[in-house]
Design a protein around this ligand. Structure first.
Ligand code: FES
Length: 187
C-alpha cells in the first residue's frame, strides 16, 4: 500500500516521507503498547517500593474548591478509592468531642486531618476491604454519621474512625499535603 502511494507521488523525497510516516506509526503503536504494559505491571512496581521518580507519578492532585460544605467526592489514587469530605462544623465538633476511651482504635481527630474541614481517607473498610457507604447524601452513614460498611456492619464516625462492628482499625489516611488553600496532592 505504501509503495503504491509513493509511486503515485514519485521521487526519493517522497519515499523518505513515506518511510518517516511509517516509522511514526510504528513508534506511536509502540508507545501505546508501552503505556499498556506500564499499567499492567503497576501493582508489581508499586509493591516493590519503586524509586522516587516513579513514585512521583503515583501522586494525585485534587482541586477541592468545587466541593461544597457537607459534600464528599471519591477519587482514585494508586487504584484505590480515596474519600474526601468537606466536613460541616457540626461534623468536626462531633469528631473532636469523642473521648478517646470510647474508640476501638484510639486516635484524636486532630491527628487525622491537616485542615479540620477536609477529611481525606482511603475508602476501604479495614475489615475485609469493602468500600463503605456514606459518600453520597442519600447513602446510609451508620450510627455515628460517617460511613457504614454493609458487608458485615462496620460503622465509622465523622473522622472515619471505627466505632462499631468487626473492622479493627480506623479508615487509613493517605499521605497528602496542601499545594495551596484549595489543592491537595495525595501520595
Ligand atoms: S468489609 Fe466492611 S464490615 Fe466487613
Amino acid at each position: 500500500m505504501a509503495d503504491s502511494a509513493n509511486a503515485g507521488q514519485g521521487g526519493a523525497g517522497h519515499d523518505d516521507e513515506g518511510t518517516s510516516r511509517r516509522d511514526f506509526l510504528y513508534l506511536a503503536v509502540g508507545a501505546v503498547g508501552a503505556v499498556g504494559a506500564a499499567s499492567a505491571v503497576w501493582p508489581l512496581i508499586d509493591s516493590l517500593n519503586p524509586a522516587a521518580d516513579i513514585r512521583a507519578l503515583a501522586t494525585s492532585r485534587v482541586d477541592l474548591s468545587p466541593i461544597e460544605e457537607g459534600q464528599a467526592i471519591t477519587i482514585t489514587w494508586q487504584g484505590k478509592p480515596v474519600f474526601i469530605r468537606h466536613r460541616t462544623s457540626e461534623e468536626i465538633e462531633t469528631a473532636e468531642e469523642v473521648p478517646l476511651d470510647d474508640l476501638i482504635d484510639p486516635e484524636p481527630d486532630a491527628e487525622r486531618v491537616i485542615e479540620p474541614q477536609w477529611l481525606v481517607m482511603v475508602g476501604i473498610c479495614t475489615h475485609l476491604g469493602c468500600i463503605p457507604l456514606g459518600q453520597s447524601s442519600s447513602d446510609p452513614k451508620g450510627d455515628f454519621g460517617g460511613w457504614f460498611c454493609p458487608c458485615h456492619g462496620s460503622h465509622y464516625d465523622t473522622s472515619g474512625r471505627i466505632r462499631k462492628g468487626p473492622a479493627p482499625r480506623n479508615l487509613d489516611v493517605p499521605t497528602y499535603e496542601f499545594a495551596d488553600d484549595t489543592t491537595i496532592v495525595i501520595g
